[in-house]
Design a protein around this ligand. Sequence first.
Ligand SMILES: C[S@@+](CC[C@H](N)C(=O)[O-])C[C@H]1O[C@@H](n2cnc3c(N)ncnc32)[C@H](O)[C@@H]1O
Length: 317
Amino acid sequence: MKVLAALGRVARRFSAERPADHGGQEAEGSPRPERQHQPPPFQNLPPIADLARGQGFVVLDESWLERSLADYIREDTWALPSPADREGYAPGRDYDYWLSGLKDYLAVKRLLRRHGVSLDAGTRILDFGCASGRVLRHFDAHEKGHALWACDVNPRHVSWVSSFLGPSIRVFPNAASPSLPVEDDHFALVYAFSVFTHIDEWELGWLAEVRRVLKPGGLAYLTILSDRTWRSQKPGCDLYDQLFRKSLVGGPPITPELFAREMPAGKVVFALENARAGEATLFHSLQHVRDVWGRFFEVVEVVPEGHDYQDVVLLRK
Ligand SMILES: C[S@@+](CC[C@H](N)C(=O)[O-])C[C@H]1O[C@@H](n2cnc3c(N)ncnc32)[C@H](O)[C@@H]1O
């Protein structure tokens, strides 16, 4: 917990409440501190009750709902992050952003239930690569008594979650290299939406770390861009167009012919020029998941398009 408290202090340094520079307030003669780059302030949106209007683009199967949609809306009283803090999820479509998180939260519960696992009160859950809590906010708003933990390599996201979601969430910034300040065998569930689609060099280390913090029998719910996703790529698809526009280094050139052929390797990395940790885009073939990820976990199930165009891989320690 001490580590978490220290990390929490680091997170708070980036918080929205951070006071502005006190220009000209230093004692005479003291060296003027170097002006540091200030992250832009958060421009939050109101809670979803004020934004949920009309039909969203995100299609939510009503049979997934455990109560009425109006109840879910009423239960989530937290502010929404602005599109700038949403990692590209539904820019300008705030209701869809919220619905996509609700859908993923319900999808986790459904898949676990199918494998005989229910998330009872007291269950310890980690959202790995939580960003500004798109999915986490639903566990927070609609479940009672879970121990929710969350982390992200981007301290701005950690600051957002610690400032604007529920105070009982234990959120901390993690390093790009695989280590979490958490004891062994801790969580019943670790979920990571669209995170292993961005981890390049440290993939195996992070798989080992997720395994370490899971209890025996615990589940990892990870999403990937699979060989099925690969084959579906063509001009006009969001992902294809994003990759085409980016300044990529090292990977094969983005052409329709590339995706018309099988993946050239079990894992294909599209790396960005001058990228920071977590900015590559990776595809994993299901064979790679079985052969390589299967050394760390039992591969329980793969759900095609379980998260938009990404597949869900459910793994058991
Ligand atoms: C595409 S976003 C998905 C965010 C969130 N999981 C969601 O579904 O809304 C990927 C997130 O993973 C984070 N990330 C990438 N590499 C990471 C790592 N090694 N450890 C923790 N977070 C990481 C990024 O900072 C970013 O917030």
